[in-house]
Write a protein that binds this ligand. Structure first.
Ligand SMILES: *Cc1c(COP(=O)(O)O)cnc(C)c1O
Length: 355
């Protein structure tokens, strides 16, 4: 795609939020990127417009059959005042993988990255500067055709919105408590679990709410069929360090292929830490815990980067990990990835784009 992006700037720029109170996804910048799709025209009319509500037909297919996919990435401001993106090509590849599964037309990843860069340049003053803060980027695609027939929509809209977000952990990395979910299922092989689709979250909210009520911050999902093999956490992939080896569930068709997950695997391999991608049962973890071999557990995802797990609850069992403190490897991974993202560590792997 080479169509020029039309830009319409806002006449009423918003007030910037207090950088101490950002939280996650509560504030939005002055502009958004929008692009339309029609089956006879392809993707067209890329534009940057003032951030505003969108008008949609109540029969728009996304409201009825849920054709909606999204991505989540971040822009960071480096010490030298440049904007840094971390592996955005991976997010675009994944967006197309999600599109394919949900019958949504492919996007031109390079063009969307160009659009995101143009949008960020316009709203650059919204990137918070305090340590640990960033500008969250949320591209998403929805089916817009007004039609109640069940089939793939003929029209779509791709929208990119930006949200200044706070440091995930205000006071250093805090290990979380996680409940192993034994009743509900998030996704099943052959379904849409590997796509970053809105529907996966709809399926997960009830268990997440129950876990919150019981004092846990997240749920750990098991496979849908045997309720035995580890899948992933809410919006993170998960890693276990058992007897010196790091193990994470293999990509199996029902979990999301996290960009942070692949970055962690690549770093561990570089560092010579044994890392395995394979099936991993909850029994194996419980046994390791009983034998004192469960050394570290951590989640990986764009929002928190590395989220150490201090306690795992499974049925009537409580597994304490590393006395509820962050492990050495978790800390090293966190420091390395956030160092690359802030531009403070040299990028020797071609993972970052600065502009
Ligand atoms: C986004 C997401 C992740 C993490 O992926 P990253 O690319 O590392 O941010 C993990 N699991 C689910 C279900 C997700 O939606």
């Amino acid at each position: 795609m080479s169509e020029e992006i039309k830009v319409q700037l806002t006449a009423t720029p918003g007030e910037k939020p207090d950088s101490q109170k950002l939280g996650f996804g509560k504030y939005f910048t002055d502009h958004m990127f929008v692009m339309d799709y029609h089956k006879d025209k392809g993707w067209h009319d890329p534009r940057i417009v003032p951030y505003a509500p969108i008008v949609m037909d109540p029969a728009a297919m996304v409201f009825h059959y849920g054709q909606a996919v999204f991505e989540g990435m971040k822009a960071y401001l480096t010490d030298s005042g440049k904007v840094l993106l971390f592996r955005p090509d991976q997010n675009m590849q994944r967006l197309n993988c999600s599109n394919d599964r949900l019958g949504i037309p492919e996007i031109d990843g390079d063009f969307v990255i160009h659009a995101i860069k143009t949008l960020i340049e316009i709203d650059k003053s919204w990137i918070p500067t305090e340590k640990g803060t960033s500008l969250y980027i949320r591209p998403f695609i929805i089916a817009t055709e007004p039609c109640l027939g069940v089939r793939s929509s003929y029209t779509y809209q791709l929208i990119v919105i930006l949200s200044p977000v706070g440091a995930y952990y205000s006071g250093g990395l805090e290990p979380v408590k996680i409940n192993v979910e034994s009743d509900y299922t998030r996704a099943v092989r052959g379904g849409i679990g590997f796509a970053k689709a809105a529907g996966n979250y709809a399926a997960s909210i009830k268990a997440q709410e129950n876990a919150k009520k019981d004092g846990f911050s997240q749920v750990l999902w098991l496979d849908a069929i045997e309720k035995k093999y580890i899948e992933e956490v809410g919006s993170m992939n998960i890693f276990f360090k058992i007897g010196g080896k790091v193990i994470t569930p293999a990509i199996n068709g029902s979990i999301l292929k996290g960009v942070t997950r692949s970055s962690v695997i690549a770093l561990l391999q570089e560092w010579g830490v044994p890392v395995e991608e394979r099936k991993l049962s909850i029994d194996e973890i419980f046994e390791a815990s009983q034998q004192g071999l469960l050394e570290e557990v951590f989640g990986t995802g764009t929002a928190a980067v590395i989220s150490p797990v201090g306690e795992l609850h499974w049925k009537e069992h409580t597994m304490k990990i590393n006395e509820g403190k962050i492990g050495e490897l978790s800390q090293k991974l966190y420091d390395t990835i956030t160092g690359l993202q802030s531009g403070n560590l040299p990028d020797t792997r071609n993972w970052t784009i600065t502009f």
